[in-house]
Write a protein that binds this ligand. Structure first.
Ligand code: F6R
Ligand code: MG
Ligand code: MG
Length: 364
C-alpha cells in the first residue's frame, strides 16, 4: 500500500445520560453507516469517550477528503436522528450547520488526520478526551516529543536525536507557526503554556521527514460565536522506530495535569487517564477524561484497539486525579477552579451587571 490516511472525526450528537456517555444505539448506527460506505474506507472503528462519538477511519483519499468528510457528516446526522428518537440529551449539539459544505472543519465536529507511508510495522495511539479542550494535549505532547526526562529516545536513539518540528495554531487568529526543537524550545513554551489560545496541531520528525502527531484544533465556541459544548479533542500519535516508544507516548499521562473544561466547560481540573469502560464522567460532569486506543496498522487495516490506560500502572494517576479533584472542588465557584472570567463558557455576568449597574458608586 502506497500512502494511507488515518482520519479521526468526532462529535457530540447526543448524550446518555446528560452529557456523560454515548448510547449503544448511536454507536450501532454509526457502524452501519460506515459499513455502508463500501470500499471508500479501508477500515474503521467506532469509539467514544464521555458524550463524544469518534469515527476512526483509514482510507486512501488523503486528508480533507470531501468524500470521507461527507461520510462522517452523514453518519453524525443519522446518529442525531437516533438520538432524537430516544430523546437523548443535546441531540445534534455539535452539528452547527444544516447542510454539508465540502469539509466538516468549521461545521462543529473535531478532526485530526494524518497521511503516512505505512512503515513495516506502524503502531499508533488514538487519544480521545472529554470535558476539556485541544490545548489539553500541549503539555503531554511537549513532554513526549521534546522532554528528554520523559523520552529517553531524544537522547539515545539516533533517529530521534535531531528532534521534532512543532506546528502551533493560534485558535483565535486562525494562524499557524512552526518551531524547530530543541533549538527553539523556550520560544515554543511561551505559547504552549497558554493552551486556551495556542494549541499544537501537528508534530513532524526531522529525521524521517514524516508527520508524527496530529491534534483536532477546532474551537466550537469560536466557530459558533456562542457556547455550544466544549471542544473535546482527539490526538493521534505514531510510535516506535524513530518515533517515541509506546511507553514514552503514554508516560506523561501518569501525571494528571490541570486542564480547562469539566463542569459547563468553565472549570479547571485534572485530566484523568482511564480505561474505556471508565470513560463516563459523572462527578461534577468530570473530572475530564482521556482514553488511549492502541492500533497496529496492517495495509491500512486497524488491528486493535488495545485499551492502553486499562493498565493498573495508571491506577496511581487515577487516584491522584481524584485527590486533585477533591481539592479543586473545595474552591466551589472561586478561581482558579472556576475559569478566569474571559474564558468561561457560561456566564451570568452581563445580566448581573445590568441589574446592579446603578449600585456601583464611584470612590476616590
Ligand atoms: C461540559 C458539559 C457539561 C454541561 C453541563 C450543563 O462540556 O458538557 O458539563 O455543560 O452538564 O449542561 P446544560 O447547559 O446542557 O444543562
Ligand atoms: Mg454533550
Ligand atoms: Mg463531550
Amino acid at each position: 500500500m502506497d500512502r494511507v490516511t488515518l482520519s479521526v472525526i468526532k462529535a457530540d450528537v447526543g448524550g446518555f445520560v446528560g452529557h456523560s456517555a454515548v448510547h449503544d444505539a448511536l454507536k450501532e448506527r454509526a457502524r452501519e453507516c460506515l459499513e455502508a460506505a463500501g470500499n471508500l474506507l479501508v477500515d474503521f472503528r467506532v469509539a467514544s469517550v464521555g458524550d463524544d462519538l469518534a469515527l476512526i477511519m483509514t482510507h486512501q483519499q488523503g486528508p480533507d477528503s470531501p468524500a470521507v468528510h461527507e461520510l462522517a457528516w452523514n453518519t453524525f446526522v443519522a446518529c442525531t436522528e437516533v438520538a432524537k428518537s430516544l430523546k437523548l440529551y443535546g441531540a445534534g449539539q455539535d452539528l452547527l450547520s444544516d447542510a454539508f459544505s465540502g469539509n466538516v472543519r468549521g461545521m462543529g465536529p473535531g478532526v485530526a488526520e494524518m497521511e503516512i507511508a505505512e512503515r513495516p510495522s506502524e503502531p499508533v495511539v488514538v487519544f480521545l478526551a472529554d470535558k476539556t479542550e485541544p490545548g489539553a494535549f500541549n503539555l503531554p505532547l511537549f513532554r513526549i516529543f521534546a522532554d528528554p526526562f520523559n523520552t529517553s529516545g531524544l537522547v539515545i536513539d539516533p533517529k530521534m536525536h535531531a528532534g521534532f518540528r512543532f506546528e502551533v495554531m493560534d485558535v483565535r487568529e486562525k494562524a499557524v507557526v512552526t518551531f524547530e526543537l530543541p533549538e527553539e524550545m523556550y520560544d515554543l513554551l511561551v505559547f504552549l503554556g497558554a493552551p486556551v489560545r495556542y494549541c499544537i496541531r501537528h508534530i513532524y520528525s526531522k529525521e524521517l521527514g514524516e508527520v508524527a502527531a496530529a491534534v483536532s484544533t477546532q474551537r466550537l465556541s469560536l466557530m459558533a460565536g456562542r457556547y455550544v459544548g466544549k471542544d473535546d479533542p482527539v490526538c493521534l500519535v505514531r510510535c516506535q522506530s524513530g518515533m517515541p516508544a509506546l511507553g514514552e507516548v503514554l508516560e506523561p499521562f501518569a501525571c494528571p495535569h490541570l486542564v480547562a473544561g469539566w463542569m459547563r466547560g468553565s472549570h479547571v481540573g485534572p485530566l484523568m487517564p482511564c480505561a474505556v469502560p471508565q470513560a463516563t464522567p459523572t462527578r461534577f460532569d468530570g473530572p475530564p477524561r482521556v482514553v488511549a486506543l492502541g492500533f497496529q496498522l496492517a495495509e491500512g487495516r486497524l488491528i486493535g484497539p488495545q485499551d492502553l490506560f486499562a493498565d493498573p500502572a495508571f491506577d496511581r494517576a487515577r487516584q491522584q486525579a481524584l485527590e486533585i479533584a477533591d481539592y479543586m472542588r473545595r474552591h466551589g465557584p472561586f478561581e482558579p477552579h472556576r475559569l478566569h472570567l474571559e474564558e468561561m463558557e457560561y456566564t451570568t455576568m452581563p445580566q448581573v451587571m445590568k441589574r446592579l449597574a446603578g449600585r456601583f458608586a464611584p470612590v476616590e
